[in-house]
Design a protein around this ligand. Structure first.
Ligand SMILES: [Zn+2]
Length: 157
């Protein structure tokens, strides 16, 4: 899986060398060079190459957008704090059935999880007919506390 670069590490008005960016994200300078060929902007053609923080953030946002396909709507939940779609922490979710019906007679559910970045609780609404798919992707846990604790979570839910 491709990794998401933590753009909070980047200062918008700062310029970075290829080496600095690589060190910041623990990737190779080559990987950064690769980004330059895929749309990451550099300040000018002078050496050393400098990249504005803003441009890196923009590049990363665009890259995430492109990568988000339809199937990701099941995998990802939007985190309000991080302003980004994230994969739930530990790949664990808590399903809350609402008892309310959506159009088509499907029961509405809330999928709760923890953001892997900021550890806040994140939510999304869905319908019961997603449960089979969700079961394949995630471990379902019985309480919110279990989302934090890998060992205590039971698979019997
Ligand atoms: Zn978050």
């Amino acid at each position: 899986m491709l990794k998401n670069y933590d753009i909070r590490k980047i200062k918008g008005f700062h310029s970075y060398t290829v080496k600095e960016l690589a060190a910041l994200f623990r990737i190779t300078p080559r990987a950064v060079q690769g980004m330059l060929t895929k749309g990451l902007k550099k300040i000018d053609n002078k050496r050393p190459i400098l990249i504005r923080g803003d441009d890196f953030i923009e590049y990363e946002r665009q890259r995430r957008k492109k990568r988000r396909s339809k199937s990701d709507s099941l995998n990802l939940i939007y985190c309000v704090a991080c302003k980004d779609h994230v994969i739930p922490h530990n790949k664990m979710v808590l399903i809350v059935k609402s008892g309310k019906m959506l159009g088509g007679g499907k029961e509405k559910i809330t999928i709760k999880a923890k953001c892997p970045e900021c550890k806040n609780i994140i939510n999304r609404f869905g319908s019961v007919n997603e449960l089979d798919e969700l079961n394949k992707i995630f471990q379902m846990v019985p309480t919110l506390d279990d989302l934090s604790n890998k060992k205590r979570a039971s698979k019997s839910y």
